[in-house]
Design a protein. Structure first.
Length: 459
């Protein structure tokens, strides 16, 4: 249970289900002072782009140096294998360094008038970054790195399920950044709602569930702050008739089950041609039955626990409902009988296409596999849930696979792989998967406003 406001709240190790630490529970009314301090720090931070870039490069080095402390703490509170936590820390440092190297360039406008016009770019002010529990550090950096590089300041709120590594990250960065440029604030609701609706915040960037994202957008609208919302996905993988099942099975499995399936752009449903259906189901099920599931600090572990008890209950519920509707568990299908929040890696066959495990976002180690007879039907089903974050097509004929990928209504489409992103690419969704763009120069410009200067030509 949350602690009383202004005190502390408990943090649970998902591998044991037991409390192992506490974090400060900040009161919603404390947000006013934090935002005011961020606004004051903005004046100096925005003034010197070269000093800003140098500070961010130093920040990236500091994150790398702190990896030995950050990664185990991240695993302890989030559950993922230690190797994945180390990779997340490295990605966090890489992203900070990447945005340190970006600078928006002025752009001249030529429109035939005897006036020299130039578009320049200005920062917008304090940014609120609200981050979920599946990739606490990586998603935090995806928000604060472009905001800071653009000359803004940031108030960062991590999930109450994973506050500790983010607090440590904040301490690491505070040692190299000017005071109040980046502030980490922890606690339960209505802390996030107060931050999102604060009149001093000029941009709210949020990753999480769609209902919460709508509430964040309503709060930001009260002060006309801009919003960037990444609201999850229900990514489909379409296998073509010429797919080599034995060659792609490992990649397809990990595209669905990495981080215990708790990835917004994970494969969450597979469409296989009827001729290959049984082979696909068995190839994925064999991997689900044999993968090592355990505590993230155990070097043998490949899949950790679900992060928290409410999410485990959701995964159990959608799995049980699918089985009750006639689905068959080719692997798993149940919670594991051990301490902690462990669910067996589950591959579901014969799933009704309107089951919630197909139409919704299970966000856990459960993968439905559905057969199709006509490719058009598979594409229509892939596009039919209202989500549009990502999708993939798997086959030997790359030109044909690309033609099918071009029909997917999503922000990113992959061919013969999935959920791999470059720091330089835009990341955005369609439909219920969000609003706005993160990543690359697009992410930087999402934290800037254009400023146009006109001057007459010399006469």
């Amino acid at each position: 249970m949350p602690a009383a406001p202004g005190q502390h709240f408990t943090v649970v190790d998902p591998a044991t289900g037991e409390t192992f630490a506490q974090a400060p529970a900040r009161r919603p009314e404390e947000v006013d002072a934090l935002v005011a301090r961020a606004h004051a720090a903005w004046r100096g931070w925005r003034a010197d782009p070269a000093a800003r870039a140098a500070a961010l490069r130093e920040a990236a080095d500091a994150v790398e140096a702190a990896g030995a402390d950050l990664a185990p703490l991240l695993t302890r509170e989030q559950g993922k294998p230690l190797a994945e936590s180390r990779a997340e820390v490295a990605r966090t440092a890489d992203r900070i360094r990447y945005f340190a190297g970006l600078r928006p360039e002025p752009r001249p406008l030529v429109d035939g008038r005897p006036v020299r016009s130039e578009v320049r770019w200005r920062s917008i002010g304090p940014v609120a970054a609200i981050v979920p529990w599946n990739f606490p550090l990586q998603l935090a950096s995806a928000k604060f790195a472009p905001a800071l590089a653009a000359g803004n300041t940031v108030v960062l709120k991590p999930s109450p399920f994973t506050p500790l590594a983010t607090r440590l990250l904040g301490s690491v960065l505070a040692a190299v950044l000017p005071e109040d440029v980046l502030t980490v604030v922890t606690g339960h609701e209505p802390l996030g709602a107060r931050l999102a609706s604060h009149p001093g915040i000029r941009h709210v960037t949020f990753t999480g569930a769609a209902p919460t994202g709508r509430a964040v957008a309503r709060g930001a609208a009260s002060s006309l702050a801009r919003v960037t919302l990444e609201l999850g996905g229900n990514d489909a993988a379409i296998l073509l008739e010429d797919a080599a099942v034995d060659r792609i099975a490992d990649r397809l499995f990990w595209a669905a089950f990495r981080n215990c399936g708790q990835v917004c752009m994970a494969v969450k449903r597979v469409y296989a041609p009827a001729r290959l259906y049984s082979d696909v189901v068995e190839a994925l099920a064999q991997r689900a039955r044999t993968v090592v599931v355990g505590a993230g600090l155990d070097p043998a572990t490949r899949l950790g626990p679900v992060n928290n008890a409410p999410q485990l209950a959701r995964v159990e519920d959608c799995t049980a409902r699918a089985l009750a509707e006639g689905a068959r568990a080719a692997a798993g299908g149940h919670r594991l009988d051990r301490p902690g929040y462990f669910h067996a890696p589950t591959v579901l066959a014969d799933v009704p296409p309107d089951s919630p495990v197909v139409t919704g976002e299970q966000f856990g180690p459960v993968l439905p596999v559905l057969p199709y007879r006509k490719l058009d039907e598979a594409v229509e089903a892939a596009n039919g849930t209202g989500f549009g974050l990502g999708g993939s097509v798997w086959g030997t004929d790359l030109d044909r696979a690309e033609a099918v990928a071009d029909r997917l209504e999503c922000g990113t489409a992959w061919i013969n792989h999935h959920a791999e992103l470059s720091l330089a690419q835009p990341f955005a969704g369609a439909g219920q998967s969000g609003v706005g763009v993160a990543g690359g120069p697009w992410g930087l410009h999402g934290n800037l406003r254009p400023f146009v200067v006109h001057r007459p030509e010399e006469t």
